[in-house]
Design a binder for this molecule. Structure first.
Ligand code: PRE
Length: 302
């Protein structure tokens, strides 16, 4: 209890925030926008490591959730499908960032010299048309983040002809040269990030709103009914709340081909000031799913 109070106070004064590193990723930029330059930042090498760092006690974390061109970030949803989320990690907010990708390479490299392009699979996907039009022969190498791709170009393993797709800021961080900019397929390209925390109660610094109107639930078939294919339509019907998106990942805790559905819910606007609280509304909805032999877990509230 004393520890909880201390954690709350320190989260407020100088928040500790884990992000997908190294410095220079879009996630770092989103974290700086949300928590400011005074926060104490921890670089995590992968998205899974951000979640784990938060589960182990770092109060906040930032993970990419979806890109407006390439879609859901699979590594994030794989973690949201796992039992840790909803127990020791919760989604507490979101932030949207405009993403303009650049092609960077060591000084002196020309576009015609490029043989390998390093980047996060999201960035490679968002620049698919540029890559097939300008570098159709290049090998595409997936990295854990865009800044990790830029870092690879200055590592001892780098070879001439290596380039990276990443943010413009990596030019100065890693001493690289910009070969092209704005290379993503769609000019207006945005990524949405989730703010995650180890508890639903820990106060967020500079909260965007004190009234929660969004939530994330994970819906699965209950363990007793593993052999029946669950009727997700039925679960959504009894949920009886506006579901604005559904993502599906394999449910690794059950039989093969079973699903975990991550369902984003918005509170009906007329209810925001209503007598029943948003979390009570959600608890009632969770009970209705359970009455239909489903399992529903609250993964976040913001
Ligand atoms: O690699 C980064 O820079 C990230 O922050 C990850 C990430 C993602 O996973 O979507 C974030 C924004 C861009 O869409 C590309 C990559």
């Amino acid at each position: 209890m004393i520890q909880d109070v201390a954690a709350m106070k320190s989260a407020h004064l100088k928040p500790k925030v884990a992000f997908l590193g190294p410095v220079g990723t879009y996630t770092h930029e989103a974290a700086l926008q949300r928590f400011g330059s005074d926060a104490e930042y921890t670089e995590a090498p992968t998205i899974a490591a951000v979640f784990k760092t938060v589960a182990l006690g770092t109060p906040f974390g930032l993970v990419p959730q979806e890109n407006s061109t390439f879609g859901s970030v699979v590594e994030t949803y794989d973690f949201l499908a796992s039992p840790d989320v909803g127990q020791s990690i919760f989604v507490r907010g979101e932030i949207v960032l405009a993403v303009q990708h650049c092609l960077l390479a060591p000084k002196g490299t020309k576009l015609a010299d490029v043989k390998r392009v390093f980047s996060h699979e999201q960035a490679l996907g968002q620049c698919g048309r540029f890559l097939s039009a300008h570098l159709p022969q290049a090998d595409l190498v997936k990295t854990s983040s865009t800044a990790a791709a830029a870092q690879a170009l200055v590592s001892p393993d780098a070879t001439p002809g290596d380039a990276a797709i990443c943010s413009s800021i990596c030019t100065s961080i890693f001493g690289l040269e910009k070969l092209c900019q704005g290379i993503q397929d769609v000019k207006t390209n945005f990524t949405r990030f989730f703010v995650v925390s180890g508890s639903l109660e820990l106060p967020l610094p500079n909260p965007q709103s004190t009234r929660h109107s969004q939530a994330l639930l994970r819906i699965q078939a209950s363990s007793q009914n593993e052999n029946d294919l669950p009727d997700i339509g039925k679960f959504l019907q009894v949920l009886s709340l506006p579901a604005t998106r559904i993502d599906r990942r394999p449910d690794l805790s059950k039989a093969p081909f079973r699903s975990a559905y991550m369902v984003e819910i918005h509170r009906r606007s007329g209810h925001i000031d209503g007598a029943i609280s948003w979390s009570s509304e959600l608890q009632n909805a969770i009970r209705r799913v359970e009455a239909e032999n489903g399992e529903a877990t609250l993964l976040g509230l913001w």
